[in-house]
Design a protein around this ligand. Structure first.
Ligand SMILES: Nc1ncnc2c1ncn2[C@@H]1O[C@H](COP(=O)(O)OP(=O)(O)O)[C@@H](O)[C@H]1O
Ligand SMILES: [Mg+2]
Length: 346
C-alpha cells in the first residue's frame, strides 16, 4: 500500500517549468489523497499561465505512472488569491533587463568583509574587461557609497527608470543613494523587498555582463526573499577563518543550496596578516578554516584575502584597493577570485 509520503516523494522529481526547483518545494502541491488505486492531487496555483498548469499536470502523470498501484489520477485545483505570500514569491525571478549574470556576495555574519569583497570583486571583474554593475542590497548598512566614494542621486530617465551613477567604470545602485546623511533606516520586510525589486528591475543597467549584489548578512527572512527575488547565477560566500564565522557561513551555504542557487565558493577574508615593515606573514585568526569548511561542504575554495590596512583605508577613502594598487598581493587575490567566478559562469 502506498502512502501519501510515497506520492509526494515521487512528485519531487517533477520540475516547475523553467526552474530547476521541484513543484513540491515550490509549494504547488496542497495535498495528495490515495484510495483504491485512485489518486487525487490537490494543486494550488497563483499566477501560473494555463500552459504551465498543463505542463505540471503532465509531469505529475508521468512521475506517478511508475507507481503500479496508481490506476487513476485526478486533479483538483485551488486558486490562490493574488497578493498572498506565496503569490509574491511566485512573481519573482524574472530576468533583469540589460543584465546577463547576477552574482551574489553573501555572508552569514556582518563585519566579515562582505562589502569589501563585493566592491573589489566588481572592480576585478571590470579589470578582466567585463561590463560590470554593483548593487548594494544591504539594507542594514549600505556601504557601497562610502567604499566607492560615490554619493550621487540616480537620475531619472524618461521611462521613469533610474539611471545608475557610475564610478571607476561601474554602474551602481544603492539604497544609500536615497538616504539623507546618517539617518538610520528602519525598513519593514515588504518595504525592503519592494525597494530591492525596484533597484534591480527599474534601473537602466545598460547591457552588463555581471551585476554584483552585496546582500545583507545573515540567513533570515529578508535574505531569503532577496535570494528568491533575484535570478542569481551563483553566490560567493565570505567568511573569516574562525569557528563562529564558519558556523554562519555554513548556514549561508545551506540557504543557497535549499533554493538551488549555485555556490561559486567560499572566500576566506582576514586570513592572515602581512607586516607592512618586514612582510612577515602572521596567522592572527585560525587561517585555513575557510578552506577546511569548503572541503567539508564540497564547494570550491576561492582563496585567502590577507588582512591589510590599505584595504581598510581604501574602503574608507572611497578607492577600492584593486583600483588603488592593482599589483598588490591583496589585489591579486581579488583578481584570482574574479577569474574563478568567470570560469564558473561560462
Ligand atoms: N582584509 C581586510 N583587511 C583589513 N581590513 C578589512 C579587510 N576586510 C574588511 N576590512 C575592514 O573591515 C570592516 C568591515 O568590512 P565590511 O566589508 O564593511 O564588512 P561587511 O560588509 O561584512 O559588514 C571595514 O572597515 C573594512 O574596511
Ligand atoms: Mg557590508
Amino acid at each position: 500500500m502506498i502512502t501519501k509520503e510515497d506520492i509526494i516523494n515521487q512528485l519531487r522529481h517533477v520540475h516547475y517549468p523553467g526552474f530547476t526547483r521541484d513543484i513540491v518545494s515550490f509549494g504547488v502541491i496542497r495535498d495528495a489523497i490515495f484510495e483504491n488505486g485512485r489518486v487525487e492531487i490537490v494543486l494550488s496555483f497563483t499566477t501560473e499561465a494555463p500552459d504551465k498548469r498543463g505542463q505540471i499536470q503532465e509531469g505529475i502523470r508521468k512521475a506517478l505512472s511508475s507507481l503500479p498501484e496508481v490506476k487513476e489520477i485526478n486533479f483538483k485545483v485551488v486558486d490562490i488569491p493574488q497578493g498572498s505570500p506565496r503569490d509574491r514569491a511566485m512573481l519573482e525571478r524574472k530576468e533583469i533587463p540589460g543584465v546577463r549574470n547576477v552574482i551574489a556576495v553573501a555572508s552569514g555574519k556582518g563585519g566579515v568583509g562582505k562589502s569589501t569583497v563585493a566592491v573589489n570583486l566588481a572592480c576585478a571583474l571590470k579589470m578582466l574587461g567585463r561590463k560590470v554593475g554593483l548593487l548594494d542590497a544591504d539594507i542594514y548598512g549600505p556601504s557601497i557609497p562610502i567604499m566607492m566614494g560615490l554619493y550621487d542621486r540616480p537620475g531619472l530617465a524618461e521611462d521613469q527608470k533610474f539611471i545608475p551613477p557610475q564610478k571607476f567604470g561601474l554602474a551602481m545602485m544603492s539604497l544609500g543613494f536615497f538616504i539623507e546623511g546618517d539617518s538610520p533606516v528602519i525598513w519593514r520586510g515588504p518595504m525592503v523587498t519592494g525597494a530591492i525589486r525596484q533597484l534591480l528591475y527599474d534601473s537602466q543597467w545598460g547591457g552588463l555582463d555581471d551585476l554584483v549584489v552585496d546582500l545583507p548578512p545573515g540567513t533570515g527572512d529578508a535574505q531569503l526573499t532577496l535570494v528568491q527575488l533575484a535570478p542569481l547565477k551563483g553566490a560567493v560566500i565570505v567568511t573569516t577563518p574562525q569557528d563562529v564565522a564558519l558556523v554562519d557561513a555554513r548556514k549561508g551555504v545551506s540557504m543557497f543550496q535549499r533554493l538551488e542557487v549555485k555556490i561559486f565558493g567560499i572566500v576566506e577574508n582576514m586570513s592572515y596578516f602581512i607586516c607592512p615593515h618586514c612582510q612577515h606573514e602572521t596567522d592572527i585568526l585560525s587561517r585555513g578554516g575557510g578552506k577546511r569548511e569548503a572541503e567539508r561542504l564540497s564547494v570550491p575554495f576561492l582563496g585567502e584575502i590577507p588582512m591589510d590596512s590599505s584595504i581598510c583605508s581604501g574602503g574608507d577613502g572611497g578607492v577600492p584597493i584593486v583600483i588603488q594598487s592593482p599589483e598588490s598581493e591583496v589585489s591579486r587575490a581579488f583578481l584570482h577570485l574574479a577569474q574563478s567566478v568567470v570560469g564558473q559562469l561560462s
